[in-house]
Write a protein that binds this ligand. Structure first.
Ligand code: NAG
Ligand code: NAG
Ligand code: NAG
Ligand code: NAG
Length: 473
């Protein structure tokens, strides 16, 4: 029987041991045990309290909606639902990225469809699409759809919309904003819908696979320069961030993709506010439970970030790196895995590694729709990763500290930040949050010998419940 415990551990110091406002007041070194079971394996973690290694964005944990939801008349995403709004509010503040493969097949129609009502109860939309055969037919986004999503985002405190524009609307091999983007953005501005960010296209390095032809990365770079210039001429969009190019995770594995990002950035870096890559660990149709708890697979993400940061350093030093779309398994996620407790190992570890490495924003695919969604497709019930995200938002602050642990196998994976004390928090800027997981098949003992055993410690422990165990929803 598997006995992994997946825990979220919060340390709260009632004595002013360490000040997370930047001053180390005192670093205690009391060698007391936190856990007292004598038969379990012992690991020792140490947090460097002398320096801050990275700082993340307030919207570090952000969300996506896949554009394909518009094809399906918003599926069951009923924005009049109080439950949906309450769950959304729990994760504030976030960017909501509306993008994905379908964005490059979206045609904007400014028909208002006044009086339209969506029949959510009888909407037989699919929860996911077959990514082996992605839907490459065009579809309409009407003004009704656009108002629908903008009103929703604006109704949730501190949610901001990022929209992925259709890069395939081209004239003479150049992106042409006069086809739809100009009308969309000007009409949005007139309604007061100022967007937080604009993207252009989705996974352009994989267009050959999707469309049978490619767009040259230098040409795409010029498209982004055009976008940057164009948005600054639209009222209220001049502050919108220009974000891209949303390349696939393969960028980090295959030289051809790596070269794509490099060439793109050489052309476009000055026009970009954030550089986005996508990341999935495994293929949703082939994924196995073991992979979700495999420290080698979790570590592979490290290497991919290293490649991306390396390219950034050479082409666009100082530009923030974002994960523009990311989850456990691609192709809609893996049913029975991406939608259950076990998905939390990949999700929490991705958040921890991203913060340590200095990724500023991590956009989780997806808030709704797909097996990897935070909410159930029909009921909008929160899945385990929703609760993990909620705890992360409440407990984990922006200041990242260095935590080291004496585990060669890297199965005890722990991260340390200053506690989130700005929002809805009963903690102060003198608290630390340590979070992480145990991937050994038995309980372990974790020692934080820096801290005295009489310090106040709050433990948030997430464990699976019921007969399904780690496959519990
Ligand atoms: C941290 O909290 C103390 C009060 O406990 C306050 O005086 C101080 O200004 C805070 N630091 C920051 C950076 O806000
Ligand atoms: C701490 O743990 C060690 C090894 O597990 C044990 O020998 C020792 O008695 C423990 N100390 C306390 C105070 O319980
Ligand atoms: C999109 O809108 C146009 C114009 O209203 C219409 O002719 C076309 O059939 C629509 N396409 C789809 C797929 O609904
Ligand atoms: C969007 O582009 C299509 C062509 O693909 C065009 O028919 C339509 O009128 C455009 N929509 C607006 C509002 O300009």
């Amino acid at each position: 029987m598997l006995q992994q415990t997946f825990f979220f551990l919060l340390l709260f110091f009632s004595f002013f041991l360490y000040s997370c406002d930047g001053n180390v007041l005192l670093s205690a070194d009391a060698s007391e045990n936190i856990s007292f079971d004598a038969n379990t394996r012992l690991f020792t973690a140490r947090i460097n309290l002398d320096s801050v290694i990275k700082t993340i964005d307030d919207r570090f944990l952000s969300l996506t909606l896949d554009t394909s939801i518009i094809r399906h008349d918003w599926a069951h995403f009923d924005t009049s639902s109080v439950k949906l709004k309450t769950l959304a509010k729990g994760l504030s503040p976030v960017y909501l990225r509306l993008g994905g493969t379908s964005c490059d097949f979206l045609i904007f129609r400014d028909t208002e469809e006044i009086g339209k009502k969506i029949d959510f109860a009888n909407n037989d939309a699919p929860d996911w699409e077959d990514l082996e055969k992605p839907v490459t037919t065009k579809f309409n986004m009407t003004m009704f759809d656009w108002v629908y999503v903008n009103k929703f985002v604006r109704s949730v405190p501190d949610w901001l919309l990022v929209f992925d524009l259709n890069v395939l609307q081209r004239t003479n091999n150049a992106w042409d904003p006069s086809i739809n983007a100009s009308s969309l953005l000007h009409q949005s501005a007139a309604k007061g819908y100022c967007l937080a960010g604009l993207e252009l296209g989705n996974e352009p390095d994989a267009f050959h696979h999707l469309l049978g032809y490619s767009i040259d990365p230098t040409v795409l770079g010029k498209d982004f320069r055009r976008l940057s210039k164009f948005r600054s001429q639209v009222p209220c969009m001049d502050q919108s961030l220009v974000i891209g190019p949303d390349v696939t995770a393969q960028t980090m594995r295959k030289r051809r993709h790596e070269q794509f990002l490099r060439n793109f950035l050489q052309e476009a870096h000055a026009s970009l506010d954030a550089v986005t890559i996508h990341h999935y660990y495994v293929n949703g149709r082939k994924a196995t439970a073991d992979q979700f708890m495999d420290s080698y697979i979790l570590d592979s993400f490290h290497d991919e970030l290293d490649v991306a940061f390396n390219i950034l350093e050479k082409t666009s030093p100082g530009k923030p790196l974002w994960l523009g779309e990311t989850s456990s398994a691609f192709g809609g996620g893996s049913i029975g895995l991406s939608d259950t407790y076990i998905a939390g190992f990949m999700w929490m570890d991705k958040l921890g590694i991203s913060a340590r490495k200095g990724v500023k924003v991590v956009m989780r695919q997806s808030f709704y729709k797909g097996h990897y969604a935070l909410l159930d497709f029909r009921t909008l019930d929160p899945r385990p990763d929703y609760w993990l995200s909620l705890l992360f938002k409440r407990l984990v602050g922006n200041t990242v500290l260095d935590l080291s642990i004496n585990d060669q196998e890297r199965k005890v994976r722990m991260y340390a930040h200053c506690t989130q004390w700005h929002r809805d928090s009963s903690y102060t800027n003198h608290s630390l949050t340590v979070y992480g997981m145990n991937l050994y098949e038995e309980d372990i003992q974790l020692k934080l010998s820096q801290f005295a055993s009489d310090q106040e410690l709050h433990i948030y422990k997430l464990e699976p419940r019921g007969p399904d165990g780690i496959f519990s929803q």
